[in-house]
Write a protein that binds this ligand. Structure first.
Ligand SMILES: *Cc1c(COP(=O)(O)O)cnc(C)c1O
Length: 346
């Protein structure tokens, strides 16, 4: 890896961050707070929340076996993705490299930040070669985006290739693990100590069942987290979100129960899909969704909508011609989907 200073935007490296009232006084002894122009009434919502979410990070650190200083919390993973562009990429100068197809937000964020976005196509089994991604890089490549399990293909990326890439790339590798709880492959969090250029994204939006509270976790070296903290909105995670997340962390066993049940349903649903006449191919999945290739994706999508069922039509995505992406639902929801599909005539 290059020196961090040579990867970070110079204006960010030199930035003196905004210092909020709650940051300047972080002690626990005071009982009268006249420092932040808050209204003294309407507790607890009258007070600014903890800008660094210390209690929540402590709990997450325990679950994930990292130090709290290795955690950045954002308004969804989407905030962390944008933050990484803003820390590392100079608009109109730098570029990023990503696998394709993958999660659409990396490219949108690149465009918003005026950063060239270079795509490297996955192979027929939706896998990549580290050497192909490295060949797409030049001196101005700051970030490489990987997503494992990948969205929308559903599969884990090959772990040895990920290691090869992280060890050889001179910039930052962002590994999006939004669906890791559904995979048999363990998280790459265990490699954080070994690779200072690795950033891992996870989220409360999927297995944690908390998409509405908007909370994403980034795990990285302390120095990268520090840089993200330096440029973030001072109070980016609101009090209600911090409280709800703490609550969920206390009920982590529920998340594990949900995952177990969804994995059972995934297996059943995929087996049933393989028997459907409208279904040409079911792709393997390590996530809470799977990709299926059908005869006419647009027609089948419209038919399902007519029956009140929405799936994701991915037919316009590279390598996903005539593919629908199916999220695993509850047992009754999945039963209804199968019933409706059995009645389908092309
Ligand atoms: C759903 C998803 C996310 C989650 O984003 P949030 O902003 O945390 O809701 C991140 N990455 C991928 C690949 C996803 O599919």
């Amino acid at each position: 890896m290059k020196e961090l200073k040579d990867l970070v935007r110079p204006n960010v490296w030199n930035l003196k961050p905004y210092s909020s009232a709650r940051k300047e006084y972080a002690g626990n002894d005071a009982s009268i707070f006249l420092d932040a122009n808050e209204n003294p009434y309407n507790a607890p919502n009258n007070r600014y929340p903890d800008p660094l979410q210390k209690d929540l990070k402590k709990r997450i650190a325990t679950i994930k076996s990292v130090r709290p200083e290795q955690i950045y919390l954002g308004n969804g993973s989407d905030e962390s993705i944008d933050m990484l562009f803003r820390v590392f990429c100079r608009p109109g100068v730098d570029n990023v490299v990503a696998i394709a197809p993958t999660y659409g937000m990396y490219e949108v964020c690149a465009e918003v930040n005026d950063i060239e976005y270079r795509k490297v196509l996955l192979d027929a089994s939706f896998q990549f070669k580290a050497s192909d991604l490295l060949d797409a890089c030049d001196d101005f490549t700051k970030l490489i985006f990987l997503c494992s399990p990948n969205n929308p293909t559903g599969n884990d990326l090959n772990a040895e290739e990920i290691i090869r890439l992280v060890s050889q790339f001179q910039g930052i590798v962002v590994l999006d693990e939004a669906y890791i709880d559904f995979s048999d492959t363990p998280s790459f969090i265990r490699y954080l100590g070994e690779f200072p250029n690795l950033v891992i994204l996870q989220t409360f939006s999927k297995a944690w069942g908390c998409a509405a509270i908007r909370l994403g976790m980034a795990f990285a070296s302390e120095s990268i987290v520090e840089l993200m903290n330096k440029i973030k909105y001072p109070y980016n995670i609101n009090l209600l979100t911090q409280r709800e997340a703490l609550d969920m962390v206390g009920r982590y066993y529920r998340v594990q129960e949900w995952v177990e049940s969804l994995l059972g349903e995934r297996k059943r649903l995929m087996n049933e899909f393989k028997k459907l006449p409208c279904c040409k191919q079911v792709y393997p999945s390590d996530a809470n969704f799977f990709l299926v290739r059908v005869g006419e994706a647009r027609k089948l999508y419209a038919y399902l909508v007519e029956k009140g069922i929405v799936v994701r039509n991915r037919t316009n995505i590279v390598l996903c011609r005539h593919c629908l992406r199916i999220t695993v639902g509850t047992r009754p929801e999945n039963d209804r989907l199968l019933e409706v599909l059995k009645e389908y005539r092309e």
